[in-house]
Write a protein that binds this ligand. Structure first.
Ligand code: ARG
Length: 403
């Protein structure tokens, strides 16, 4: 083992990373700096400071990354209408490159030669962290305790904690908790009973959305304004990116919007089942598609939809800082120049439906499409020729195939 002088640990203050902190200090005998990112996970972060202090950490970093997260990661991804495997809004995937970026930044600042994370050896997150760190600074080593230590189960983890006098919350002694990852975009829940995809998820796994059955009987109408592809206001009130997503999470959660029960294909090779809650993100996806529907040219919109699965897969697989993701991003961003205007949606019992849209940059022409007499010159005979040319090959085929 090569000597390591200083490590920056991505630290939540929870049981796993508390144990990792101790293990790093013991195994490497060096200073560990803790970094706790506030991504809007809805947890108190000050306890993390107290716990790190108790473990003898001298340099404790707790950084509010909510605005950067939404502005520089969530919104660019939403411009693409990104969904992995048709359904997943990538709430965990998109947070990892941001955390990695700050791990690297702090490591450089404090002169650390390694960073460490608490992601396990079976998941996607280890890949995302490590590809991002390597893309940003290949000179920094990555330590992944879950792949290195001899602890193989939750029971052994608890034994290690007891032995080292690490406080184990009483509710963690009995039943193991779900594996939860939360931030401003989503809450993801995996493990335990959810590992059997044939089992219906119990209601208590849901944390930030009500069951659509219990949602208010009265629909709620909201408006979202977009400027060049990004949402800038809700119900006429201009707010910062993080405040906007927070607001929509509240509205969506109350109406049961954004629940997803999904079996997905992990990059590492296995299928996994998870429960996702993405209330604000689900509203924004519908709204963004709504404003694009009147402001994007057909071919531009279709091209975006063609590259979208590729772009989503790059984010899912951890290639945020790869040139191909940046190239696709440039294409997507370019397409958004006129994606401005206002969308009205109805939130009702689990759904977020666009009910109207308007834009000063609209390509929609009522005059052109109208069933009534139109002022715009549209020669119906042109349509006849259009069909005649397009049918040519179909007629040849039908003749040969003897339909
Ligand atoms: N499967 C999701 C993804 O790879 C979520 C992973 C993190 N979630 C968790 N509960 N640990 O993006």
């Amino acid at each position: 083992m090569t000597k390591i002088e200083k490590i920056v640990l991505s630290y939540s203050g929870g049981l796993d990373t508390s144990i990792i902190l101790k293990w790093l200090q013991e195994t490497y005998g060096c200073e560990v700096v803790t970094f706790t990112a506030d991504l809007g996970q809805g947890e108190e972060l000050e306890p993390a400071r107290a716990k790190a202090e108790m473990s003898g950490v001298k340099d404790i970093r707790i950084v509010d990354l909510r605005e950067e997260f939404v502005r520089d990661f969530v919104f660019p991804m939403l411009r693409a209408n990104a969904l992995y495997e048709g359904q997943y809004l990538l709430g965990s995937s998109i947070a990892r490159p941001l955390i990695a970026k700050h791990l690297v930044g702090i490591a450089r600042e404090v002169g650390a030669d390694a960073v460490a994370h608490g992601a396990t050896g079976k998941g996607n997150d280890q890949i995302r962290f490590e590809l991002a760190v390597n893309a940003l600074d290949p000179s920094i080593r990555v330590i992944a305790p879950w792949r290195q230590w001899t602890i193989r189960s939750r029971m052994q983890l608890l034994e290690y904690a007891e032995k080292h006098r690490i406080l184990v919350p009483s509710d963690k002694r009995g039943e193991a908790p779900f594996s939860i990852d939360a931030n401003l975009l989503h809450t993801s829940t995996e493990g335990k009973i959810l590992e059997n995809p044939a089992e219906v998820a119990p209601d208590h796994v849901y944390q930030r959305t009500v069951d659509p059955i219990d949602a208010p009987d009265a629909p709620e109408i909201i408006t979202i304004r977009f400027e060049r592809g990004d949402p800038i206001s809700v119900n006429g009130k201009a707010v910062t990116p993080a405040a906007l997503l927070t607001k929509l999470n509240g509205l969506g959660g109350r109406h049961g919007v954004g629940r997803l029960d999904l079996v997905e294909n992990r990059f590492i090779g296995m299928k996994s089942r998870g429960i996702y809650e993405t209330p604000g993100g689900t509203i924004l996806l519908a709204a963004h598609r709504g404003i694009e529907s009147i402001t994007l040219d057909r071919a531009a919109a279709h091209l975006k939809d063609e590259i979208m699965p590729r772009y989503a897969e790059l984010i899912y697989n951890g290639f945020w800082f790869a040139p191909e993701r940046e190239m696709l991003q440039a294409l997507i961003d370019h397409s958004q120049a006129f994606v401005s205007g206002e969308v009205t949606l109805r939130l009702y019992k689990g759904s977020a439906s666009v009910i109207s849209r308007a834009s000063p940059c609209s390509l929609y022409s009522a005059d052109l499409v109208t069933f009534e007499e139109s002022a715009i010159a549209f020669d119906h005979h042109d349509a006849e020729g259009f069909i005649r040319l397009n049918r040519l090959r179909l007629r040849s085929l039908a003749a040969r195939n003897g339909r």
